[in-house]
Design a protein around this ligand. Structure first.
Ligand SMILES: *[C@@H]1O[C@H](CO)[C@@H](O)[C@H](O)[C@H]1NC(C)=O
Length: 573
């Protein structure tokens, strides 16, 4: 996934994380969310860290806001344990995953030629022959891959699992201690570009499916679709967009039971508990172009303000008027605060606020004020704005005529395009009146052009609404989260739950960026972004130089999805 906006995030204690080229990995995102939570929430309550063990003991049986999922029995317990522990089996896994990292699938924002992706196809076909033999394999828009295993029961909608083949660039090679494309495994970690984002997941899905077939379990009652885009890091218009169209044409709208795509790892040790933050919504998106046109002329006889001065005034005002923080029930972060408040170890004022935020404005204000000074958490609760491009002026001795700026916005739940238009109109009006120029906003002439010129504010590119949030009340949510709970508490980390000191808290959440899933909205209402794994997010240097993923996380991807597919798609006895 890509996050182009944020360059530096203060983590407190003089710790600054630099984002190479502004790119983040999923794990780093989660790291930042929690770093933000830590800084934002715990600063005034530093003693809470040391008291985590004995913090508020919310009686979970009273919980109504955030029901704890009921465990769902792990049908493939034996195979799950085999995958997690068998060294012989793991040798093949290690070899195949390492090879996937040796195939360069780097893309740039302006990549036109994707032919390198063919090498990744070749690698997949060679490594996972049973998948290729058993599935209907579709190459969508040349390099998109869809593997379809039809189900015998047509009344059951297929499940879809998504990932992407492409990776971000390596940045400055001298920042790497590892060869970014060697796929080196040191006995614990794999190093290489794409290790975490997101070849671990993609190859894990292939491994799981290959093994199901090898074990004679490909008699699916419910269909299974694996869908892999190849330009997720550049918005998915080549890969996921065409895959979405293809699936909608072939199976129809709303024809998929549920889609799970890349996201934060399922098991995070944080704030005295374990968290699974399932991304169930995404912010909207809108870029605006602001243009100031004036007559120009010789700069020895200037007006008091040139078009550069006028647009500067607009930008200055715009930046100094941030969007208001807002927490509406549709924002999955409401669910996050409720779950953390009920089941976690938050400081008491915040826990109290989280419990009544849905109905009590004062409680919401407590949460919003916590978020206020925090670079990252802040933007899970408000629309962001960033002036990203400015152009104008062409000669030292002539007045600039047309000057333009582009403002990027990520729209929070509770705001919409009109929120942005009204702010643009407000500051446009100030400038138009002050300098006696015209103003046109979103094709509407608010003030006619004058002899001094005008300002025109319009869409730049195609805006995107906030994603319809996936319900946490559906049967599927219950089953999915129940599987996650059983998988981690009973299969992967039973020892961590022996004392009962920490809870495993499964919550909805959102992201500030978008993934391929925006292209899949028509296919299902159940869209989740989360992936198996338990990386230590506090020291994982994930998406910058020396990107890595640990073997454990990779084995969790394979075993979780082996069981997941078996659970949903293979007939019970
Ligand atoms: C989803 O369906 C609507 C209505 O048919 C259509 O306008 C829209 O383009 C579709 N979205 C995608 C991503 O295909």
């Amino acid at each position: 996934m890509s996050f182009h906006d944020i360059k530096y995030i203060e983590l407190g204690d003089n710790e600054t994380v630099e984002k190479k080229r502004g790119f983040f990995s999923v794990k780093k995102l989660v790291f930042l969310v929690f770093a933000a939570l830590a800084v934002g929430f715990f600063h005034p309550y530093t003693n809470c860290f040391s008291e985590v063990g004995k913090a508020s003991s919310t009686s979970v049986s009273d919980s109504v806001l955030c029901p704890i999922p009921s465990k769902v029995p792990i049908k493939e317990h034996d195979v799950v344990q085999y995958i997690l522990t068998d060294k012989e089996y793991q040798k093949g896994v290690i070899d195949r995953f390492s090879k996937s990292l040796q195939v360069k699938t780097v893309i740039y924002d302006n990549t036109k030629d994707y032919s390198e992706m063919q090498k990744f196809h070749d690698y997949l076909e060679e490594s996972f022959p049973l998948v290729y033999k058993t599935a209907n394999v579709y190459k969508v828009n040349t390099y998109g891959l869809v593997f379809h295993f039809p189900g015998s029961n047509e009344n059951l909608k297929p499940i879809m699992l998504a990932a992407h083949m492409d990776t971000v660039p390596i940045g400055d090679p001298s920042d790497w201690n590892e060869n970014p494309f060697s796929g080196r495994f040191d006995g614990d970690k794999f190093y290489g570009r794409g290790a975490s984002d997101c070849k671990n997941l993609l190859v894990g899905l292939m491994e799981a499916t290959e093994k199901l077939i090898a074990d004679g379990k490909s008699d699916f009652e419910r269909g299974v679709i694996l869908a892999f885009g190849y330009d997720e890091e550049a918005s998915g218009w080549q890969g996921a967009y065409h895959i979405g169209q293809f699936i909608e044409e072939k199976f129809g709208a709303n024809s998929i039971e549920a889609i799970v795509d890349e996201g934060p790892v399922m098991f995070l040790d944080f704030m005295g508990d374990y968290y699974s933050m399932i991304i169930s919504g995404e912010k909207g998106y809108s870029d605006l172009t602001v243009e100031v046109n004036t007559p120009g002329g010789h700069s020895s006889l200037p007006k008091d303000h040139t078009s550069i001065g006028m647009i500067s005034r607009f930008i200055y005002d715009y930046e100094n008027d941030p969007f208001e923080a807002i927490l509406v029930p549709e924002n999955p972060m409401m669910g996050f605060f409720e779950c953390a408040a009920e089941q976690g170890h938050l400081p008491k004022p915040l826990a109290d606020a989280g419990k009544s935020a849905r109905s009590d404005k004062k409680a919401r204000d407590v949460i919003l004020s916590y978020s206020h000074d925090n670079t990252f958490l802040k933007y899970l609760l408000r629309t962001s704005q960033a002036i990203d491009i400015i152009n104008g002026g062409d000669k030292a001795n002539s007045l600039p005529r047309s000057v333009t700026a582009v403002i990027n916005h990520r729209i929070i739940y509770g705001n919409d395009f009109d929120t942005i238009w009204s702010k643009a109109a407000k500051h446009g009006t100030t400038v138009a009146n002050k300098y006696n120029i015209g103003l046109t906003v979103n094709d509407e002439v608010l003030f006619p052009e004058t002899e001094n010129g005008n300002m025109v504010i319009s869409y730049f590119g195609t805006p995107l609404k906030t994603a319809k949030a996936t319900s946490t009340e559906s049967e599927f949510w219950g089953e999915f989260t129940g599987l996650i709970k059983s998988f981690y508490e009973d299969e992967v980390f039973p020892e961590k739950f022996e004392t009962g000191a920490k809870n495993f808290i499964i919550t909805p959440s959102i992201m500030t960026g978008n993934t391929d899933t925006r292209h899949y909205w028509n296919l299902t209402d159940n869209i989740f972004r989360v992936q198996p794994g338990s990386l230590n997010i506090f020291d994982a240097n994930v998406h910058g130089p020396n990107e890595w993923v640990d073997l454990t996380t990779h084995l969790q991807s394979i075993s979780f999805y082996y069981n997941y597919i078996s659970h949903f798609s293979i007939k019970g006895e």
